[in-house]
Design a protein around this ligand. Structure first.
Ligand SMILES: C[S@@+](CC[C@H](N)C(=O)[O-])C[C@H]1O[C@@H](n2cnc3c(N)ncnc32)[C@H](O)[C@@H]1O
Length: 408
């Protein structure tokens, strides 16, 4: 069976998050690795999806789940990063009038009482002073009050209000695989930014009158190993799976989101990070990588990489792990989809030593092997490679981001 590969510029502006920046609720946190809700709508329209669950195996900040909620579809999302999971849960929650009253009075209480906090809940992350400087004291005081809020629903709302503004009130910036400290970075005053963020979130939930369809949810779970009870719930009830996995580009989400993980109180010790890493896809070098055999569809690439000078010896092992992992995810996808249902993957290729790993083609081949009857690769746009990699590409070669559509 052939894989159809074509350019499809319709998707080029939709495969990044920037179109969500002005969208209610989506705009609470700008996730660089996300896509736009309009991509989900475009795919639902193109594939004529009418009913059944919409599932996202790499839920991230919840774009798919929120889009499904907006148009009245049932959804399930799976995510292993506890901060991103919480962010999605707070975004998709239905808030009633009582919750809103509660949020308004709690905000007043936080802003009037934080200065009275004598003893703050400390955080062991060593870079806090460097990141937050003059804002740190107030951040810790406000955080201490928030962590003491009794109602989980209200506490979670405020945790997200706090951790979603950390980049605005600090001197660090997410950049590639971690935090950088640009010289000209300005930090906003924390208390007024926190107050404004709470108002923005409140306004969005007041104006958003969409309600969840019964049984929709976002779950903290590893998509390679989804507990049976969830599989049973959505098996043969799923019409569309849409997700963007981490790319095979060495980015470690637990490193990129470490401030949010520590400040939301999910990470209390450095060793807690290894739990998140262990569950994450083998797309980065910070997790313990097994001694994998070469993945059969990757053997030629691994041979080529052996002749290159790579910046880490672990890269071939990571790539093998990546495709073994994605095979597990795709098995789950095939298993839960209805006959005629679709699995749509937004993914970028990557390069090492100037050699391009065609992730979109390899995932498509895995899909066909698992039994998908039709697979097409829609090339959405070119991706910028690092200047080191780009120098090594042969004539005209480039990285790309694709929308793969597999049909069961
Ligand atoms: C590219 S992001 C998804 C962004 C999402 N589409 C959005 O718009 O917000 C990939 C996500 O996969 C998550 N992830 C990594 N390994 C995972 C696993 N084994 N199971 C579930 N989620 C995982 C990461 O934490 C990250 O949030």
């Amino acid at each position: 069976m052939n894989i159809e590969i074509k350019k499809n510029s319709k998707f080029s502006n939709l495969v990044n998050f920037s179109q969500n920046h002005e969208e209610r609720v989506h705009r609470w946190f700008k996730i660089k690795e996300g896509y736009s809700k309009e991509l989900v709508f475009a795919i639902i329209k193109q594939l004529d999806v009418k009913e059944g669950y919409i599932v996202d195996f790499f839920n991230g900040s919840g774009t798919t789940s929120l889009a499904a909620k907006e148009i009245g579809y049932k959804y399930y999302g799976f995510e292993i990063n506890p901060f991103l999971h919480l962010l999605s849960v707070v975004k998709i929650t239905d808030y009633n009038k009582n919750d809103i009253k509660n949020i308004i009075s709690t905000k007043k209480f936080i802003l009037s009482d934080y200065t009275k906090v004598k003893k703050v809940n400390n955080i062991k992350l060593s870079i806090l002073e460097k990141v937050f400087r003059e804002n740190l004291d107030n951040i810790l005081k406000v955080r201490t009050i928030i962590l003491g809020i009794k109602s989980k629903k209200i506490r979670n709302f405020f945790i997200i209000a706090l951790v979603s503004i950390l980049e605005d009130v600090g001197y660090s910036k997410k950049d590639g695989n971690g935090l950088k400290y640009p010289k000209n970075k300005q930090a906003k005053e924390f208390v007024s930014k926190f107050s404004a963020q709470t108002d923005l979130m409140l306004d969005d939930i007041i104006k958003n009158n969409k309600k969840n369809i019964k049984k929709s949810r976002v779950i903290l779970a590893d998509s390679r190993n989804i507990p049976k009870r969830y599989i049973n719930e959505i098996k043969n009830e799923t019409s569309l799976i849409i997700f963007s996995p981490p790319y095979a580009n060495c980015f470690d989400y637990s490193e990129v989101y470490k401030l949010e993980l520590w400040l939301s109180d999910y990470i209390k010790e450095y060793k807690d990070l290894s739990v998140v890493r262990k569950q994450s896809l083998s797309s980065h070098l910070n997790k313990h990588l097994k001694d994998y055999n070469d993945y059969d569809l990757l053997i030629n690439d691994i041979e080529k990489l052996k002749q290159k000078k790579l910046w880490s010896k672990k890269i071939p092992s990571m790539l093998n792990g990546y495709f073994f992992d994605m095979e597990e995810v795709l098995k789950n996808a095939f298993n839960i989809l209805k006959k005629g249902g679709h699995c749509v993957i937004i993914v970028g290729n990557s390069a090492y030593g100037g050699h391009i790993i065609k992730t979109d083609v390899i995932l498509s081949k895995i899909g066909l092997r698992l039994g998908f009857s039709k697979v097409e690769i829609n090339i959405a746009r070119k991706l910028r490679a690092s200047s080191q990699q780009a120098k090594l590409f042969k004539n005209g070669e480039a990285l790309r981001e694709s929308v793969i559509i597999m049909t069961k």
